[in-house]
Ligand binder design. Structure first.
Ligand SMILES: [Zn+2]
Ligand SMILES: [Zn+2]
Length: 349
């Protein structure tokens, strides 16, 4: 089979590798659609923990063979990849906190991912979905679950107000979930007017560009003392700092964007957080008990009833064979993109 392989920092090849045969307990997915996550881009640009590695965890396919002990009834089923591989045995797994597992693996970063013709994975890492869902939508289930998880961590309720900071893939998914869950006011911020236009199309009531708008003044003007919940999906220190004055007292701030580790913020952030009695909540992945969690089943339901608009999330489509060139273009910022979908040559649709 063919696979796109990250050989080293900034070096990707597309080449022939052995086709996996599923081990006991595993299944093999014939990949039909896979999308590029911001974390794949980060691993390409900034380097990864191990090489060579096949990246790609936002992935859909058809189960085409199964290992010993797995029901043959699964063959032919359509599935989405559930990328975290928890041990299901440690203290955190027992509490249902799978992303805090002491010894987890992750498909597409710690073990081979979906930028390939076939992907071997454990039976518990496939989410079987109805055949009627397009594979591209099925591939985008995972980023939707991250957005849904952020709102679950913030205990978001219908009728509340929200600011989404960052209108990248996760931010746009959050906007959609706020719409689906009945937010009274959805404000979205981003430095790209194009991204903000997409956010409006997906449900944002108000969009603000920090390059032109005074975010704090505008949010206060619209909400009085601030919104009920702020969701940081940009991964920018100044953006995180902005969340404090725009969130109402006793409100919640959910951190979902990966921040640059070499930057810092003034401690006045904590002082202001204390005065407003804010909760600042971290989000890592998208899992809850029972595995993989309600985030996943709710996403499938929202795809089936049309609540989630995945087509608007997609900006580019390529053959998987073009992955090295596509990553090079993303790496040097010559490709303005939302979700980029790739399809292996053998995919049936
Ligand atoms: Zn991802
Ligand atoms: Zn564990």
């Amino acid at each position: 089979m063919k696979a796109a392989i990250l050989e080293n920092q900034g070096v990707m090849t597309y080449k022939e590798v052995p086709t996996p045969t599923p081990a006991p307990g595993n299944v093999r997915l014939q990949v039909q659609s896979v999308s590029i996550c911001g974390s794949d881009i980060k691993r390409y640009v900034s380097g990864h923990r191990m090489y060579p590695i096949v990246l790609g965890h936002e992935c859909a396919g058809i189960i085409d063979s199964v290992g010993e002990g797995v029901s043959e009834d699964l063959i032919g089923k359509h599935a989405s990849v559930i990328p975290v591989v928890p041990c299901f045995d440690c203290e955190q797994c027992e509490r249902g906190l799978y992303s805090a597992c002491h010894s987890y693996s992750f498909i597409g970063s710690r073990q081979a991912g979906g930028f390939s013709d076939y992907l071997e994975l454990h039976e518990s890492n496939v989410l079987i979905v109805p055949d009627e869902l397009p594979f591209e939508h099925v591939a985008l289930i995972e980023p939707s679950t991250v957005a849904r998880h952020m709102l679950a961590l913030g205990d978001f309720k219908a009728g509340e107000t929200a600011v989404v900071l960052g209108a990248g893939s996760i931010g746009l998914m959050i906007v959609q979930w706020l719409r689906i869950l009945g937010a009274k006011l959805i404000i979205c911020t981003d430095i790209s007017d194009e991204n903000l236009a997409t956010a409006r199309k997906l449900g944002a009531h108000v969009t603000l560009n920090p390059l032109k708008d005074d975010i704090v003044a505008k949010v206060r003007e619209l909400t009085g003392d601030g919104v009920d919940i702020s969701l940081e999906a940009a991964g920018v220190p100044q953006t995180l700092e902005t969340t404090v004055p725009i969130t109402r007292p006793r409100g919640k701030i959910i951190c979902g964007g990966n921040q640059p580790l070499d930057k810092s913020l003034p401690m006045s952030l904590i002082e202001n957080m204390m005065r407003r009695e804010l909760s600042i909540i971290g989000c890592f992945m998208s899992y809850s008990a029972p595995f993989p969690g309600h985030e996943w089943t709710e996403t499938v339901a929202a795809l089936l009833d049309g609540g989630l608009d995945m087509d608007t999330m997609i900006s580019h489509r390529y053959s998987l064979s073009e992955a090295p060139e596509v990553f090079a273009k993303i790496g040097d910022h010559s490709l303005n993109h939302r979700k980029i979908m790739m399809q292996p040559e053998g995919a049936s649709s």
